[in-house]
Design a binder for this molecule. Structure first.
Ligand code: NDP
Length: 284
């Protein structure tokens, strides 16, 4: 079994991006810029934002951190996002989710123009992905595809099963696999025969949020297994896949932590670079 090492792969990607951002700065006289908006004091969100800002530094991206208090109003958050949308030094805007209760996340995200939507969450980007057109794609599924690509795992013609159908992971994951010519099945909480569906997978992606949901008896011998899940059990981070047993059957497997998580941040940084290059190309 080969471990799909997201940590090292992401470090390699950040180094590659550094060369791109250096060239960008030389050519344009200013840096690639990402604005991060964090509202409130959610401890997990604070960690995610810190990691994203650290990733920016390593990749040569200028970060603009915007912290608003838990008590910020809808109007305040929306007007901040509008301001960032108009700032030409900012090429990508990330609003850290979840937002505090009482705020309408959808209305806030809708204020991010598609060309600065580096999370790939807006309808225009999701629509373009569904049509197989150039799109900014959600970072987590994009990270999964990049990890597979860098380990030389081909997708075309394979039977892929995605467990989870959220708008930010499962659905875009299924669309990317389909666009890459896999035969795709999407499972969810109402799937009646999850084990049988999973057993058919050459490539199995778990994106559920249930610790150890995927056990060895659900995995075909030699399958590629990617664990997107992030769960806390007794204070310890673990995925959706029972690593110890599944590693006896899988040919490739991602660890948690150190698998999809670092790849997600690396793809965010890549999406920001792409957005910056597109924005300056447009102006020339
Ligand atoms: P959501 O809660 O939005 O979606 C979970 C999906 O799993 C839903 O489609 C749900 O089905 C399905 N589901 C729930 N229970 C079962 C079950 N028993 N059997 C089959 N399917 C089930 O979660 P997200 O997509 O946002 O995230 C999924 C996991 O990935 C989480 O652990 C999250 O923390 C992690 N994550 C990790 C990231 C990373 O960078 N590594 C980034 C983003 C998320 P239904 O639609 O029917 O409710």
């Amino acid at each position: 079994m080969t471990v799909l090492d997201g940590k090292n792969t992401a470090a390699q990607i950040r180094a590659e991006l550094k060369a791109r951002t250096d060239a960008f700065r030389k050519k344009n006289g200013f840096a690639v810029g990402l604005a991060v908006v964090l509202v409130g004091n959610d401890p997990a969100s604070q960690v995610y934002v810190r990691n994203k800002i650290k990733g920016c530094e390593e990749a040569g991206i200028r970060s603009f951190a915007n912290y608003l208090p838990e008590t910020a109003s809808q109007k305040e958050v929306e007007s901040l996002v509008r301001e960032l949308a108009e700032n030409p030094a900012i090429h990508g805007i990330l609003v850290q989710l979840p937002l505090p209760k009482g705020l309408d996340a959808e209305a806030i995200l809708a204020k991010i123009p598609a060309e600065k939507d580096v999370d790939g969450f807006c309808a225009q980007n999701i629509g373009a992905l569904a049509l197989g057109e150039r799109a900014t794609v959600a970072c987590t599924p994009l990270g999964v595809m990049e990890l597979l690509r860098r380990y030389g795992i081909s997708v075309a013609g394979k039977r892929a099963v995605v467990v989870g159908r959220s708008n930010i992971v499962g659905k875009p994951m299924a669309m990317l696999l389909l666009n890459a010519d896999a035969t795709v099945t999407v499972c969810h909480s109402r799937t009646s025969n999850l084990k049988e569906e999973c057993l058919r997978a050459d490539i199995l992606i778990a994106a559920v949020g249930r610790a150890n949901l995927i056990t060895a008896d659900m995995v075909k011998e030699g399958a590629v297994v990617v664990d997107v899940g992030m769960n806390r059990v007794d204070g310890k981070l673990c995925g959706d896949v029972d690593y110890a047993s599944v590693s006896q059957k899988a040919s490739f497997l991602t660890p948690v932590p150190g698998g999809v998580g670092p790849m997600t941040i690396a793809m965010l940084l890549r999406n920001v670079c792409d957005a910056a290059e597109r924005a300056t190309e447009k102006k020339q």
